[in-house]
Design a protein around this ligand. Structure first.
Ligand SMILES: [Zn+2]
Length: 209
């Protein structure tokens, strides 16, 4: 494990709680409990360090494989979207849709690069399937990106002189605000989209008797 991810991984679920979580995924899928299934899949996908290859239970993967595949796909897509919002933001500053003046945009682009480097995003170049990278860790890091504090009271060429020396503020001067739209969790899956195999259903009915 690379040290850069240690702060992120402090939010990790333990192996035991992960097993319990996956047990809820399995049970809620088996008994078609939509709310519990949605909540458990959301929590597992949001906090997982990697792919769901098994549920850690003595249940053949092929029985619940469709659920695991969907969880893997949703998790990877969510992390991809979060990372892509960094490049979208950088592009917005460069093109001028974000930032109020040349200095503001330059400072924010530079800070964005520095914070990505500090978070390991540049050197690690995280790629799908984002092994050891939990969704919530990435979101937390981005929303904690340090925003530059600077004053533009010295009559910058592209801005008129301001009366006081208070820190610069504009609609895009805070990364916490820019990345506030990122969801703190991945939306859970709907149980109705996953069919319980016929043989499993029959066994369940026999057990019910
Ligand atoms: Zn500005």
């Amino acid at each position: 494990m690379l040290p850069i991810w240690k702060p992120v991984l402090s939010d990790d679920i333990t192996r035991k709680s992960f097993r319990n979580l996956m047990m809820i995924v399995w049970a809620s899928w088996f008994f078609r409990a939509d709310e519990q299934f949605k909540s458990a899949t959301s929590s597992a996908m949001t906090r997982s360090n990697g792919q769901f290859n098994s549920i850690g239970l003595p249940i053949p993967v092929k029985i619940i494989g469709g659920v695991l595949d969907a969880m893997n796909e949703a998790r990877v897509n969510a992390i991809q979207n979060v990372f892509s919002s960094i490049s979208v933001t950088t592009s917005a500053f460069i093109r001028g849709t974000y930032g109020c003046c040349f200095e503001c945009r330059s400072i924010m682009v530079g800070a964005l690069q520095l914070e990505q480097h500090a978070s390991g995003f540049l050197s690690l170049q995280p790629k799908s399937p984002y092994h050891k990278i939990p969704y919530i860790g990435v979101v937390n890091k981005m929303q904690a990106f340090k925003s530059p504090t600077w004053s533009d009271n010295k009559a910058l060429p592209s801005k008129p002189k301001q009366k006081d020396s208070s820190p610069h503020e504009c609609g895009h001067s805070s990364f916490a605000s820019i990345f506030s739209h990122l969801n703190s969790s991945i939306q859970g899956l709907e149980v109705v989209k996953f069919v319980v195999p016929v043989t499993t259903t029959l066994k369940r009915k026999q057990t019910d008797k």
